[in-house]
Structures are given as C-alpha cells and as structure tokens.
Design a protein around this ligand. Structure first.
Ligand code: NAG
Ligand code: NAG
Ligand code: NAG
Ligand code: NAG
Ligand code: NAG
Ligand code: NAG
Ligand code: NAG
Ligand code: NAG
Ligand code: NAG
Ligand code: NAG
Ligand code: NAG
Ligand code: NAG
Length: 854
C-alpha cells in the first residue's frame, strides 16, 4: 500500500552480509550504508556504522547543501542517519560501483523536518534509477503526516542493471516554486535472485516474469506470529510484521506455533533465505469448528495503489497435519480464485516443511486488495480448515518502469490539531470535542510533542475497513452476530419487555437491547444527555428497566474506533466481573447502530478531578484510594482472569469513579489477551495513548503486562502532580510528565512536581514510598518494573503510612499484607466468568444488571 513503510532501522548488515555470502553464491556481495550529509562515520542505535555519502556524490553535479535538522523528534529511535540531510535544489546523481549481475535492495530514509531555510512541506521530488521511477512528485512530509510517523523508510528491489554503475538521481519537482529534494540515508545491498515466473490470477495459463522487474515492498507479514526485526531475518535484513491489524471482520481464526522441539526443514529447492524459520513456525488457521468455518473466509485487506501489478507471495508450513488431504483450502485474491486446492502437506510432502506460492494480480478500480482463504468442499478433506504462515506483497514496475504512486491523503482530523486530545472519551465526562485515541496520537505528533511516536500505518486503513464494513453486507460487529439465529438467543422473560436477549457467545453474558429500548432510555438520543464525545461517537446518560441509570455508548458510523475494538470490549467485558472494572450490561445492534450499555459512573473520570475541570481537588488519601482501586482492577486483569489480559490503554481518563468513589478501570477496546504458555509477550502494532506509552513496547513492539505497569506509573505521577501526562505549554524538558518526573527524581527535586493542593497533606514516608513505586514503574526495561501485584501492595502500604503515621512500620506492613491478602482472596471469588458461563439463568442475569455489592 502506498502508506507502507518500515518501522525500525534495519540493522547490522555486516553480520548480514556474511550470512548472504554463505547462503548464496554471490561472489561480489557488498553494501553501502550512507548517512547523507554526514562528515564522518557514525554508529546508530543498533550499532550499525553509517558512512558519509560525499564519496559517491560527484561534486560537479549540481549544488547540494548539507544540513542538520532543526528539531529532533522524540520518536527518532536513532539520530543517525536522520538528523543530517543532503538537500538538492537541482537535479543530482549519486553513483555507486556495483555488480552488474546482482539484484539489489535499495532502502531510502527520509526525515521530513526543517533544515536551515528549507521547509520540507515545500519539498516534492522524484527518484530514478536506471530507467525506473521509484518515487515521483513525492512529498515525504505529506506521507509522514498520513502515516503519523516522524520518518519514512522505503524499500525497493532492483533488477540486475547489467552495468557496473548504479546511478540514483534526485530531481526536485518543477511544478512548485522553491521545490527541493532531500535524503537522509541510503542503503544499497546486493541480494540473491528470489523471484521467479508466477501465474496471473484469472489467467491460469499465463505467467509473469517477475524476475525481470523491479518492485516496491508493500507488506511483509509474519502471519499468526510476531514482529521479526531485520537482524533476525534469514540474512536479507527484512522486517516482518504482525498480521493482526490487516485482518478483516469479526473472525480472526486462531493462531498457533510449532513446538520448540520441532525442526523446520527447508527442502532442497527452497533456500532458507526465502523466509526465516520464525515465519514458518507460526500460523493462523480458521479454527476447529467446521460449521463456523463454513460461514466465513479468513480475510486480510491491504491498501494498495491502483493500476499496478502486484506479486503476492504466500508462505506455508504445516506443523499440525501429517498427510495429504487433511486440510485443503481455496485461495482468493480480490474475490477471484487464485488456487482451488491448496494442500500444504501435498506440496511439501511432510510436516514442518515450508513451501511458498506466488501469484500475480493486476489491481484495478478499488485500492483495497483482499486476500482470503476458505476450506474446499470438493476433496472432502478430513478437516474443514485453512492455514497461512507468511505473506509478502510487492508492487511491480509498470511497462514504463514506474513504481511511484500518488502521495497519500492525510486523514481529515489531522487538520484540526488539538493538543489536549490525547484523552480518550470517558463515559461520564462533560468535556466535548475529544477525538479517539488514534486521532489524539496524531495530534500529539503533529505538535511534535509526543515522547514516543508510533507508526500507526493503519489509522487510515482501519477507518476504511470500518467504512467498508458498514457498507458491506457482512457488517456484523458483535460476536453475537455470526450465530444470530433464533436458537442461539435465549429470551429473558418478563424482565424488560421480553425483547432483550442473552447471547451464548461472549460468555453468555451479553444482554441484547433493542434500539427502541435504547431510544426510550435516552429520550431518542437527546443532546442534553450527552456525557462524553469521542472518536467513536457519543456517550449518553440513559435509563433502563424503569430507572437504572446507565451509560450508553453509541458508535458513530464513521468511527475511528474499530469494529475490533468494540468486539474486544464486548468479549472481554462480558466475561469479566470485578468490583474495580466497569461493567458492561449489554449491547444493541440494529439498523447499523452499534451501541454498548455500561454501568453509570456518577463521578466521571479520574482526570477531571485532577486538573482543568474546576472540581474541588481530591485529598491525598482519596487519590491514594482511587489508585489502589485501579491497581486492583489491573492486577485482576493481569492475574485473576483465566488469561492474562493486557489493558494497553491505562490512563486517567480510563479510570472512572462511581458515586461511592470506587475506582473502576474502563475501556477495553485495545486490550489483548496473552501472553500464554511459551510466549513471554505478544507482538502487536503499537497502540495506546501518547504520554503513557511504554518505550520498550514502542521499540520492540512486544507487549507484556509490564506495559500497563509503565502507563500506571505515569498515572501515579499525574495523581501526585495534578498535571497532564503531556503538556505542550511547558518548557521542552517538562512536556512529558514521565520524563520530567524521572528527571526530578534523579535531581532529588520531586517536591517541585507535587500538586500544591496536597503539598501540606502528605506524610514524608508515604511520599517517598509512593515516588519510589512510581519511579520503578517507569523503568526503561519491563523486567525491571514491579508486577501490578507489587505496585498494589506498595500503595496499600502508602495508605497505611498516611493513615497512621505514628504506627510502627512493622504494623503498617502487616496491615498492607492483610489488605493485599484480602484482595487476593476476593480475586478468586470474583472470577465469576467461569461459573456464569455455564448457566445463563435469570439469576446470573440480574447479577449483571445490578452488579452492586461486589
Ligand atoms: C559458485 O560460483 C562458483 C564460481 O562462479 C562456481 O564455480 C560454483 O559452482 C558455484 N557454486 C554453486 C553452489 O552454485
Ligand atoms: C568508515 O566506515 C567504513 C565502513 O565501515 C570504513 O571502510 C572506513 O574506513 C571508515 N572510515 C573512517 C574514517 O573511519
Ligand atoms: C540550478 O537550477 C537553477 C534554476 O533551476 C539554475 O538557475 C542554476 O543555474 C542551476 N544550478 C546548477 C549548478 O546547475
Ligand atoms: C512549513 O510550511 C508549511 C506550509 O507551507 C507551514 O504550515 C509550516 O508552518 C512551515 N513550517 C515552518 C517551520 O516554517
Ligand atoms: C552515472 O552517472 C555518471 C555521472 O553522472 C555518468 O557518467 C554515467 O554514465 C552514469 N552511468 C549510468 C549507467 O547511467
Ligand atoms: C512561481 O513564482 C513565479 C514568480 O514569483 C510566479 O509567477 C509563478 O506563478 C509561481 N509558480 C507557481 C507554480 O507557484
Ligand atoms: C532475535 O534473535 C535473537 C537471537 O537469536 C533472540 O534473542 C531474539 O529474541 C529475537 N528477537 C525476536 C523479536 O524474535
Ligand atoms: C486507473 O486506470 C483507469 C483506466 O485507465 C483510470 O480510469 C483510473 O483513473 C486510473 N486510476 C488511477 C488511480 O490512476
Ligand atoms: C470482495 O467481495 C466483498 C464482498 O462481496 C466486497 O465487499 C469487496 O469489495 C470485494 N473486494 C474486491 C477487491 O473486489
Ligand atoms: C469467500 O470469498 C469468496 C470470494 O470472494 C466468495 O465467493 C465466498 O462467498 C466467500 N465465502 C464466504 C463464506 O464468505
Ligand atoms: C518492469 O520494467 C522492466 C524493465 O523496464 C520491463 O522489462 C518489465 O516488463 C516491467 N514489468 C512490467 C510488469 O511491466
Ligand atoms: C503532487 O502531489 C501533491 C500532493 O499530493 C498533489 O496535490 C499534486 O497534484 C501532485 N502533483 C502532480 C503533478 O502530480
């Protein structure tokens, strides 16, 4: 897709090259890794050496300017090669000595910032190599904005040039006055030929000579697995991403991984640099239930440029089946049948043996590419299932040698930058005009303030999917939908007009509301009842069952908050019951409406009691109690439920307070289950809110429950200081609360952080304990952070110290132990999900509707 780029700096080609040598018979293996505009060798964050570019840059050709970026975006993982640039006012060519017979990876790095008097918003240019147009009318600035990331890496693979010189030409666009070209980093790496003729979808007798073409890498996914960094690739320095963000619809299938003891054996005709073992060791399949599988396609959707030909490479390796005709499936590309009978064991003839299939496809009309799998009926295979391990999509040059697509269009909310919008809407907040989390992130980024800026490549994509989902006929967004037949819905008698239902999915606990009930409860969505507005739509205060006050979250059809997030929320919340988690009462899906019904939280969000709302300031003890409540909720998520649940979006707007000042964690739209058994982390696209994002999660894209601990550390400092996690109006070093708090802690000036309202109140011992706990939560490495349980214990201890300062420490400790133990006992009792799942009776139902007293 046109918005695709690479996330992480490709690493260590030195070691990589030796691998390429041993893997292939390339006699002249070499690489150029250049930091443009630099004056000496420099090492990036991953230890790779970047050399100056001046040697390859003939001084005679045009006049170039070297410049240093005025501002280092905090999201730059490494200032090498991004902080220096070479700027061209006129057409300019770099020349490199290369092997005429070798294919090459070309990776171009751009950091669209401000350089001297050059504003990258004015930069439009093209890049050409030997008759191929890699980029045309390219604006790094627009592209970065659309991707909401600070820098861009583009990867191309170039056919053997048959000449000993590789010339890269940069040409500023003539369509704009003052236009210029710029570049921060160039990599040229020789590679083995990995392409071969591939069949055209829809023209079974035709093949395309893909090895004669240059290509742009659009997507590279480790399906069902995790992010694989460049230095863990099998020698070609490629990055493989998690496929989950590209999955369509409600049905994710299931992921599986080969047992560690299983060996992946590459057959003789498949060199092991085709894809690393890690790609073949993990897979996504449809699931064990043939009736479910019959009704859906396992589908991924990708945003691509139209009017180009694409090479789609699917990687397979079956580590579950043993014989042919056990799992046979169809492969659809853009709704056309690419292959009738895919049988992985049939191709590889054994378990654990990888294989891949290439298809070539011309993309017309729509800019969405659909890749779908469905079991085949014809062969009467033993299992009704499909599997995929890896997926690569390359854009092939057209007949004129062009590879360039148009610049992406940044999503509209970007225009309305609201630096305060990092807060996600809350159920009981009267603050309006808040945008969704992703939009908030974008805003934080454009303001250049975020600590950690993330590649949210799929901001736009997700939106499109949502829209697509709404358009399409299979737009069901509730898990209930897929089996919404009359048999599976149990009518609850009496209770509420007989029209509510419980689904047997979602733990059997999701009550079904009719739109009429919701309309009645909200006076037809009366504006006066709006208590919160967000990226997903509005939250209303409503009444059900003749008087119970509830919060009603109504998705707006063009919502940025995805289908998946709603589903996650329903699936998780309908199974979880805990005093410190917000309860989901039910849902409504009718006339394309997506509505969730929750317990009403009379006191709104924690945030609004801390700053900017002119509410009476909370006492220190109240603050501590709220923190303890939230810590209990999170501790339960991490350890109390059947699976570890990672919240992923812990922040003060997601901690709500009810009428009795009991804190409850809310908003599970981004939550993830995992890691389980062998895994120690789940790897995902980085999501979350700026100001709260775990730097390790950002760097590694590996999510653990310690990411929640980090965010909670930020919450603790927010509570102590009464200021937002990010505040753009402060001096630079104070913008990020997490950074500023750590700075103050190092300098021993934490007193400066404290909210003046509580300064006099806090007992010294308590303060020290609290700050030590919060600081340890912000440790750079997840392994150095305490568990949520330990954080909870420490907060209980703080509360003891504060409540009874004269008490001996031993006694305080014992009391903290007791409080903690009591909570842990409650944990086991509180895990009702298990029992409730078995009997969805009226009794259970009323417990859910009136979840008080737990
Ligand atoms: C590697 O290249 C050398 C020289 O070109 C040739 O003699 C040898 O057979 C090649 N080896 C393989 C495995 O292709
Ligand atoms: C810079 O690095 C390159 C490649 O590692 C090396 O060949 C060259 O000698 C280095 N130059 C200097 C001045 O250190
Ligand atoms: C660069 O381009 C400008 C106008 O496009 C021209 O006036 C100038 O002579 C060119 N400089 C060189 C060195 O070619
Ligand atoms: C760069 O140009 C854009 C659009 O012309 C403008 O909005 C922006 O403020 C400029 N940035 C700087 C640093 O001058
Ligand atoms: C590359 O550029 C140099 C200088 O601009 C030129 O002399 C050479 O002929 C070019 N080579 C190719 C293969 O285009
Ligand atoms: C470029 O500048 C000239 C003179 O300032 C002006 O006449 C012309 O319209 C401008 N062209 C563009 C594309 O902005
Ligand atoms: C990359 O490889 C190293 C060494 O084999 C391993 O320790 C690390 O966990 C791998 N990282 C990922 C993300 O697979
Ligand atoms: C693709 O080609 C068709 C037919 O030539 C044309 O109508 C359409 O505008 C093109 N689309 C794009 C995005 O260039
Ligand atoms: C494939 O079919 C689905 C549903 O029939 C439709 O929504 C979608 O647009 C189609 N995709 C393509 C690429 O034609
Ligand atoms: C799966 O996709 C194919 C091709 O688009 C379509 O014909 C078929 O109806 C789909 N099957 C289901 C169950 O959605
Ligand atoms: C890509 O460019 C090469 C060289 O110009 C050409 O031979 C090939 O046919 C092009 N590929 C396509 C699919 O047109
Ligand atoms: C260049 O890109 C800009 C921004 O996407 C677009 O508005 C403009 O029309 C493009 N110009 C050409 C000549 O394609």
């Amino acid at each position: 897709m046109k918005f695709y780029t690479f996330l992480v700096i490709i690493t260590t080609f030195c070691s990589l090259l030796s691998k390429v040598y041993s893997l292939t018979n390339v006699t002249n293996s070499y690489s150029f890794v250049l930091s443009c505009g630099a004056t000496s060798n420099a090492t990036d964050a991953d230890g790779r050496i970047w050399s100056p570019d001046s040697t390859y840059f003939p001084s005679s050709s045009g006049n170039s300017i070297t410049s240093k970026a005025k501002y280092q975006d905090p999201s730059l993982i490494s200032d090498i090669p991004y902080m220096t640039a070479r700027i061209f006012k006129n057409q300019t060519t770099y020349s490199f000595p290369v092997s005429p017979k070798s294919r090459h990876w070309i990776r171009l790095h751009f950091y669209p910032s401000s350089y001297d008097n050059f504003n990258c918003s004015n930069s439009f240019f093209s890049v050409n190599i030997a008759g191929f147009t890699l980029l045309n009318n390219f604006s790094a600035s627009i592209t970065a904005q659309a991707l909401t990331q600070a820098y861009i890496i583009r990867e191309f693979t170039l056919v053997p040039l048959q000449t000993a010189t590789l010339n890269i030409t940069f040409t500023p666009s003539s369509a704009y006055n003052d236009s210029f070209a710029f570049i921060n980093g160039i990599e040229i790496v020789s590679m083995p030929e990995i392409f071969e003729p591939a069949p055209m979808v829809g023209f079974s007798d035709q093949t395309t000579e893909t090895q004669a073409s240059s290509m742009q890498t659009m997507f590279r996914l480790n399906v069902g697995g995790q992010y694989i960094p460049a230095n863990n690739d099998s020698g070609l320095g490629r990055i493989w991403y998690d496929d989950a963000p590209y999955l369509f619809g409600a049905s994710f299938g299931i992921t599986s991984a080969a047992n560690n003891s299983m060996k992946i054996s590459y057959p003789s005709n498949l060199p092991n640099y085709i894809a690393p073992e890690d790609v073949y060791r993990t897979a996504r399949s449809m699931g064990p239930n043939p009736d479910v599988n019959r009704n859906y396609n396992l589908t991924w959707i990708f945003q691509v440029d139209t009017n180009f030909t694409y090479l789609v490479r699917l990687h397979f390796c079956d580590f579950q089946m043993k014989r042919m005709n056990q799992r046979v499936f169809k492969i659809f590309l853009n709704n056309q049948t690419a292959l009738e009978e895919a049988d992985v064991i049939g191709w590889s003839s054994a378990q654990n043996v990888p294989a891949y299939k290439d298809f070539v496809l011309y993309q017309t009309g729509d800019d969405e590419m659909w890749v779908a799998l469905h079991p085949t009926d014809e062969t009467k295979a033993e299992f009704y299932d499909a599997i995929l391990n890896g997926l690569e999509i390359f854009k092939i040059n057209d007949t004129t040698g062009n590879l360039a697509g148009p610049n992406p269009v940044p999503s509209p909310p970007l225009a309305a930058t609201d630096t305060d919008s990092q807060s996600k809407p809350a159920f009981a907040s009267n603050k309006t005009s808040k945008k969704g989390i992703i939009v908030g992130s974008v805003a934080g980024m454009t303001a250049g303030l975020s600590i950690v800026v993330v590649v949210l490549t799929f901001v736009k994509r997700r939106k499109n999917i949502n829209n697509g989902g709404n358009k399409s006929s299979r737009g069901g967004w509730l898990p209930i939908y897929s089996s919404r037949s009359t048999e599976t819905r149990t009518t609850i008698s009496g209770k509420s007009s007989g029209s509510s239902h419980i689904s047997n999915i979602g733990g059997g606990l999701c009550r079904y509301f009719t739109l009429a009930e919701i309309k009645q409860g909200t006076k037809n969505f009366d504006e006066s009842r709006v208590i919160g507005v967000g990226g997903f739509g509005k939250v209303y205060r409503g009444e059900i069952d003749g008087g119970t006050t509830v919060a009603i979250k109504r998705a707006n059809p063009s919502s940025e908050q995805g289908l998946h997030e709603f589903q996650t929320e329903i699936e998780l919340l309908s199974k979880l019951r805990h005093r410190h988690l917000v309860s989901l009462i039910g849902a409504c899906e009718e006339n394309d409406e997506m509505i969730l019904v929750y317990d009403y939280m009379a006191n709104g969000t924690l945030r609004e009691h801390l700053y900017k709302h002119n509410k009476p300031p909370l006492s220190w003890k109240q603050r501590l109690e709220i923190c303890i409540g939230a810590a209990r909720g999170l501790h339960y998520l991490h350890t109390g439920a059947r699976y570890t649940i990672i919240h992923r979006d812990v922040k003060t707007t997601n901690i709500l307070v009810d009428d009795k000042w009991v804190a409850k964690v809310s908003d599970f739209g981004l939550s993830k289950t995992g890691p389980n058994l062998q895994q120690t982390h789940v790897s995902t696209m980085v999501k979350g809110s700026f100001g709260y994002l775990d730097p390790e999660y950002f760097r590694r894209q590996q999510l653990t429950e310690k990411s929640d601990v980090y965010s909670f550390g930020v919450v603790l400092f927010e509570v102590l200081s009464g200021r937002p996690a990010l505040n753009a109006s402060l001096p630079k070093e104070q913008v990020s609360l997490a950074d500023w708090a750590l700075h103050c802690h190092r300098k021993n000036t934490t007193k400066e952080l404290m909210d003046p309202h509580i300064k006099g109140e806090i007992i010294q011992e308590c303060l020290k304990q609290f700050i030590d706990t919060a600081v340890s939560c912000l440790s750079d490495h997840g392994t150095d952070r305490p568990s949520m349980g330990s954080v909870l214990w420490n907060l209980e201890y703080c509360l003891q110290l504060q409540s009874d300062p004269d008490e001996p420490k031993m006694v305080a400790e014992q009391k903290a132990n007791d409080a903690y133990a009591m909570h842990t006992e409650l944990l086991t009792v509180a895990e009702e999900g298990k029992e409730s799942e078995e009997h969805s009776t009226d009794a259970v139902f009323s417990q859910i509707v009136k979840p008080q007293g737990r």
